[in-house]
Design a protein around this ligand. Sequence first.
Ligand code: PGA
Length: 241
Amino acid sequence: MNIERFDDEHALAEALATRVLQAILVNPALVLGLPTGRTPLALYRELRERSAIDWSGVRTFNLDEFAGLAGDHPGSYRAFMQAELFDHVSIRPENIGMLDGRAPDLRAECRRYEAAIAACGGIDLQILGIGANGHIGFNEPADGLCAHTHIAELEQQTREANAQRFGGDWTAVPERALSMGMATILGARNIVMIATGAEKAEAVRAMVEGLITTQVPASFLQVHRRVDVMLDDDASRLLTL
Ligand code: PGA
């Protein structure tokens, strides 16, 4: 894992936005894996501000989506992505890959997503956040992890972390979600993990310096050959390496 430290989340976001936009310039048909949450907000702000870049050939796949929510529900990740990025850049709607949390057959929806990623030739650059519990996507700490896109039961901590978009009420956050699996994520050719803030420091330490364990799903990134971990000072403060 290649560790990169930044003074603050803005410096990190600027550097990552530059990397994403350069990747698009080099490969206008870039296949980009995208996260939601608090951490990538600064990145999406940077990308919006540099929206002159041509996104019309870019394809995206988001990591996850809540089960049972329509795309226009304000708590859905589809709504988040439209507001934070997709409505502001020249990406074609048909090139946006999102899981449909309202699909009548959620297992079939998971299979459709895997096939859609494969049909694009796989993900070139996957951007990831990390949960304070070490999750990536909605791959929560467990005795075993799913390889492929699947229906995930969410931990209370994860639902609490998402409560802000549900009127502050964590019980209103869906109990289930659809998520890329570990093999879906690790199948990306390049991975950039971003983490900011002291509340991520322990998860970052476990991801980078701990043993590989299903109790810290992000620790599996250690087996991937091309992972850059971009951290602010607070998130990196427990690293000893
Ligand atoms: P956050 O979520 O950016 O809102 O902290 C990260 C994650 O859970 O993957």
